[in-house]
Ligand binder design. Structure first.
Ligand SMILES: Cc1ncc(COP(=O)(O)O)c(C=O)c1O
Length: 407
């Protein structure tokens, strides 16, 4: 069956097309004025001093992990209810992701649990074991120290940052915000991206702001800004020539075409977010009265929501995976979102995870469903999705459990 409504679509106006074409007519397609302008604009969105453009959100997170000083066996506390990159970036530097379960309302890391984890991990010994991956308990405990917290603002709703920042301050931990899904969001009136030592935005085409591929680190820490600029550019320092490399670096640069696109997108941020909020409101209106579908919950600390995805929960006896199939049969894509990181094959194998370690995350992973969503969706498309969903949820109760889930 042909797809009737796309899962996500970028929102590109003539201004973006013009900006990219104009850039193509210049001799500078990398390391140029558009990147600098985009960096200033993105830093302004977060209300911070520095923006460092990179070629993906994942690269941005990797560089922040390096800046935080994470090395062999060092621990970073993060959430298992996220996109895989938020934990993988720790592994790139041979660190250990220490997962802490999430708040059932938001799916964001639970600050009370984080506080207990920090106390136990700082104390070390057997009290640390309950937080560590199964394969690293007892005699295999990591040799490094606890260095950082890496909360994720899942789905565009900021994590509960104040208690996390208190915990971090008391234990001398760096805080890296994974704001890849939350550009333009606000926590207690403070912008996502301004709350930790550094934050990362991502610009894949399903994101609120896109550059095709791309990402941005934002920070108030000037030494970090200089270090990150060097790391993304093959380790060249400001005084280095093209073939001099002061440190081990990467090619994580963002090209001028992407920056030109991003610059226009950021100038339209309010409009882009308002359009997404309108689509979310259409969904909420249509789904609010359905007993077996829970609509997304925004908590009072979220003073501005930046809608990235529209994720509902399918309540038993309705079956989420059967709903995915039934929707797909009718040309409506959907995604089980997120699949918990600790249950991904690679994490199970390397760290010995089995089900049952993080009950809230695992429950959310089993019932959550991302529906087609973008700022350019029409009300008619939302109607179509909601009608098909209503029918699929009812039918899923009577059908036997599905064998496989199409992704
Ligand atoms: C929470 C989160 N972190 C990190 C990333 C990685 O961003 P990118 O795909 O640009 O590497 C994403 C992207 O989907 C994300 O949603």
């Amino acid at each position: 069956m042909a797809i009737r409504v796309p899962m996500a679509s970028p929102d590109i106006s003539d201004a973006e097309v013009q900006a990219v074409v104009e850039t193509l007519r210049t001799p500078t397609l990398s390391i140029g004025p558009r990147l600098e302008a985009f960096e200033r604009a993105a830093a302004a969105v977060a209300g911070v001093e520095w923006g460092i453009g990179v070629n993906s959100g994942t690269s941005g997170l990797h560089l922040c992990i390096i800046a935080a000083g994470v090395g062999d066996g060092d621990m970073v506390i993060t959430t298992p209810f996220s996109f895989i990159a938020s934990a993988n970036c720790i592994l790139y530097e041979r660190g250990v992701p220490v997962f802490v379960d999430v708040d059932p309302a938001t799916g964001n890391i639970d600050p009370h649990l984080v506080s207990s984890a920090v106390a136990d991990l700082t104390r070390g010994g057997v009290s640390a074991d309950r937080w560590l991956p199964p394969a690293l308990r007892g005699i295999r405990r990591p040799a490094g120290r606890l260095r950082a917290l890496l909360p994720v603002h899942a789905f565009g709703q900021p994590a509960d940052m104040d208690p996390l920042l208190d915990t971090a301050r008391n234990a001398d931990l760096v805080v890296i915000e994974d704001a890849c899904e939350a550009i333009g969001a606000a926590y207690k009136e403070r912008p996502a991206g301004s709350l930790g030592d550094a934050a990362v935005f991502a610009f894949y085409p399903n994101k609120q702001v896109t550059t095709g591929e791309g990402g941005m680190v934002v920070t108030n820490r000037e030494p970090w800004a200089h270090l990150l600029r060097s790391l993304r550019n093959q380790g060249r320092d400001v005084f280095d020539g093209w073939l001099n490399h002061t440190r081990l670096g990467y090619n994580y640069r963002l090209d001028e075409l992407s920056a030109a696109l991003g610059l226009v997108q950021v100038s339209r941020l309010e409009q882009l977010l308002a359009k997404r909020a309108r689509v979310a409101a259409w969904y909420n209106e249509r789904l609010a009265s359905l007993e077996l579908i829970e609509t997304p919950r925004n908590v009072p600390t979220t003073t501005h929501m930046s809608w990235f995805v529209y994720v509902v929960r399918i309540v038993p006896p309705a079956r989420r995976d059967t709903v995915v199939h039934l929707l797909a049969e009718r040309g409506i894509p959907s995604r089980p979102y997120f699949t918990p990181i600790h249950l991904q094959p690679f994490y199970r194998e390397r760290f010995g995870y089995r089900g049952g370690e993080f009950p809230v995350t695992e429950h959310l992973g089993a019932v959550s469903l991302a529906l087609p969503f973008s700022g350019v969706m029409t009300e008619t498309q939302v109607d179509e999705v909601c009608e098909t969903l209503r029918d699929a949820v009812e039918r899923s109760i009577a059908l036997p459990a599905t064998r496989g889930v199409s992704r």
